[in-house]
Write a protein that binds this ligand. Structure first.
Ligand code: GMT
Length: 374
């Protein structure tokens, strides 16, 4: 098949998922065209049947706000026409589903028909999308999509609760390439982070408010008082400074490292003992799944779709949002001795296999085939 993929090219989960999906489809022989304003972070290395089309948004002094959506719709028309794309899969409703609708309508005037699949990822529904500035466009463009998928049952239900959706939303859980994340730890790296064999806790996100990164610091503070440990913060974003301030206030800076945005998550996860995810909401929690695939148990909140990913007491633990005491006790319970930790690690890796790329990608292929009438 000749497939167009539109996504946010950044470190966010939706972009990661879309890029990994495109790469997996290409590996299976499909021709995959990424259309976005920047090369997606995980789209590295040359693959003959992967193509990348950059959306140019020329700056005009006339505009206070460059019209990205219009530029994207025009680029889509051009790429679809000139590469005979058969379907378009857009990730994130805003503005991708709306731009796809516009492109589809323009192409119809040329007698070209292209099905559009919209995958909902979370904040496009739960945070930004429900804002009345965007809501009518979001609802309309979702309803106009030929197929809609959501990355969790929770997000599917949230979407029906938030908007009047007249179509069926299919749940296709996020996936992970288990093989890629089954790495041996690099001893030298581990020694740098935890020179005396301390337990290594990890948090990775875009440090948005919704992630409650201060809770990560508070949990670590409690764990660190009882157990020799280190905390790695991966990623960057608006709340990083607040988290750093809190580390200073609590006097834990010596045990915490902020390593910024990192592409090789598999190498970092390989040295970790526990992943912390304190979010107020996660439609799915792809970062938690990647951690589990690397054999890292997760202590998280029980928000959104996380209970669809984590098995309570087996692959980690979940608590109510903001319950620092509970989450730190759970972390200590997992980390208390090598035997327990090993059990959780093995269970996490085992459970992640249910979301393996080889199980989930065929579900998207099946959907594409249905849309193309094959
Ligand atoms: O979590 C973020 O801030 C990034 C966001 C995105 O749009 O990229 O992630 C969302 O999509 C991921 C992939 O489907 C999910 O795993 C995340 O849970 C979801 N984030 C939220 O719902 C807050």
């Amino acid at each position: 098949m000749r497939i167009g993929i539109v996504c946010y090219p950044t470190f966010g989960g939706s972009g990661v998922l879309a890029t990994e999906l495109g790469k997996a489809l290409a590996q299976k022989g499909h021709h995959v065209h990424f259309i976005t304003y920047q090369q997606p972070v995980r789209l590295n290395g040359f693959v003959p049947n992967i193509y990348y089309h950059e959306v140019q948004v020329p700056p005009y002094p006339l505009f206070d706000y460059p019209p990205y959506e219009t530029a994207l719709a025009s680029t889509l028309v051009d790429v679809i026409k000139n590469n005979q794309l058969q379907l378009l899969h857009v990730h994130y409703a805003i503005p991708h589903a709306a731009a796809a609708y516009m492109a589809k309508k323009i192409l119809e005037t040329d007698g070209i028909s292209i099905p559009v699949i919209t995958t909902l990822h979370g904040t496009d529904i739960t945070l930004v999308g429900r804002d009345k500035t965007y809501a009518p466009v979001v609802a309309f463009s979702i309803n106009q999509s030929d197929a809609i998928t959501a990355v969790s049952q929770n997000l599917c239900e949230e979407t029906y609760r938030t908007f009047t959706i007249k179509k069926q939303i299919e749940v296709i859980h996020n996936f992970v390439d288990v093989k890629r994340f089954s790495r041996k730890p690099i001893d030298a790296f581990k020694k740098v982070i935890a020179p005396d064999g301390e337990r290594i806790l990890l948090h990775a996100s875009n440090f948005r408010k919704i992630k409650r990164v201060q809770d990560v610091v508070k949990i670590f503070y409690k764990v660190n008082q009882k157990l020799p440990s280190k905390l790695l913060f991966v990623g960057d974003g608006p709340e990083r400074a607040t988290a750093e301030d809190l580390c200073r206030k609590l006097g834990t800076c010596d045990h915490i490292r902020f390593v910024g945005k990192q592409e090789q998550m598999e190498d970092i996860l390989a040295i970790a003992d526990l992943f912390l995810l304190t979010s107020e909401y996660e439609s799915f929690g792809l970062a938690a799944l990647e951690a589990m695939a690397a054999g890292v148990p997760v202590v998280s909140t029980n928000a959104g779709g996380l209970p669809e990913v984590i098995v309570q007491g087996i692959t980690g633990y979940m608590s109510n949002v903001g319950d620092i005491d509970s989450m730190s006790n759970q972390a200590l319970d997992i980390l208390k001795d090598d035997e327990t930790l090993q059990q959780f690690k093995m269970a996490a890796a085992e459970h992640a296999k249910n979301f393996d790329i080889h199980r989930i990608v065929p579900l998207y292929e099946k959907l594409y085939e249905q849309l193309l009438g094959n």
